[in-house]
Design a protein around this ligand. Sequence first.
Ligand SMILES: Cc1cc2nc3c(=O)[nH]c(=O)nc-3n(C[C@H](O)[C@H](O)[C@H](O)COP(=O)(O)OP(=O)(O)OC[C@H]3O[C@@H](n4cnc5c(N)ncnc54)[C@H](O)[C@@H]3O)c2cc1C
Length: 434
Amino acid sequence: MKVPVVVIGAGACGLTAALAAKDAGREVLVLERDATPSGSTSLSSGFVPAAYTRFQRAEDSAERMFSDVQRKNHGTADAALARAVCVASGPTIEWLADAHGVPFQLVEGFLYPGHSVERMHSVPEKTGAALLFYLSRAISARDIDVLTSAHVTHVDSGSVRFERPDGSGESLEYGALVLACSGFGGNAEMVREHIPEVASAQYFGHAGNQGDAVRWGRALGGAVRDMSGYQGHGSVAMPQNILITWALMTEGGIQVNAKGERFSNEHLGYSEQCVPVLQQPGGIAWCIYDERLHQLGMTFPDYRAAHDAGAVRPAPDLPMLGKTLDEVRRYAASGGQDPFGRDFSNKPDLVPPYYGIKVTGALFHTQGGLVVDEHARVLDRSGRPLPRLFAGGGAACGLSGPHASGYLSGNGLLSAIVLGRLAGTAASASLYAR
Ligand SMILES: Cc1cc2nc3c(=O)[nH]c(=O)nc-3n(C[C@H](O)[C@H](O)[C@H](O)COP(=O)(O)OP(=O)(O)OC[C@H]3O[C@@H](n4cnc5c(N)ncnc54)[C@H](O)[C@@H]3O)c2cc1C
């Protein structure tokens, strides 16, 4: 059996790639290892940054978004790729909304660190699970086949082999192949090798993401880059294991350790906060905030789940944190920065009653991977495209460079959705070119 375009992985990247390939006139088949597709996409908050969309109506542009992305990674990502992704971001969100009924809207009311303007888009439910639902609905509407319980075990330059749950194996030939099976966060050995600083951290992403794309791509001659890059997070509720939105920090909250002391600039970003939190006594920290921020938190489904699970602890006052809270108020009053470099002057003071959540750091997903160009073509070590091989999302090297601190909020789904579309379109076009 020969299929024009085969996509491996049914997360945001794979489903978007399949829609794009089908829109470009090609038959496409998606192979997914799980019985029900979920991926890291369904675990995520589902926030996708995009510039200059009609939902946004802000003073934004692809160039401004590109500057924000590159500022966060200190210019360490591939600039041509980053620019191409930012340019395609707005049209991709509008295409998914208009052609495929994904009900995107702008997330308003706060900025994640590093974004100079509100540009996060989400579906109304504000969850990755709902985003995956709408993408899956579009896949069904376009009559695209998704073969589930199809664990791809072997890829070569013209065919793939996959295993079924009963242990039987099947093969099929492809015209073009899109690797959308994400990164290696679920592969402890690869994490130890490439990102030792989070080897002991909990992995919070999809367990099925075992680094297969990197393994196959390399075997086919593909180059990899920035394998030490990743999205971490410094705010996962313990022991409930629920993501606590970083908006609590960007809008004025603080993190303290078990001794009641602050230990970092919480405004640098949640990704780079993973390791500092893990380095505190017991590997934990407390997010401390007030009623105003509690109300903001309640607009997020994850936070509401944490609240219902008892992770959110109210306190009429926090005498044991008196010194720390006084210091923070002094920084705000003096209009200056604290010793960690955070500016407290631009948000209201924290006032009683307070709230606290015990959190730890976690690895969310890996950002390094196969080197791709502006058409999501996988490149060899000399920078030449490998024939009919494409990658996006966690399978490809993203826009964050080699460090956790280079991750600008949304870089994950940005490269999943935008590179997914570019990959599907280019995979389809590569067949006409033959
Ligand atoms: C808690 C959490 C919150 C997050 N929040 C955000 C956010 O708000 N915004 C953002 O931009 N990013 C966020 N991220 C990151 C984001 O989820 C990922 O970057 C994105 O989902 C990657 O999409 P993907 O399609 O590449 O991979 P996935 O969604 O993981 O999909 C990969 C698919 O490939 C399948 N697969 C793997 N190997 C094989 C194989 N051998 N054969 C067949 N199938 C295979 C997997 O089963 C999976 O279904 C978050 C991550 C986490 C963990």
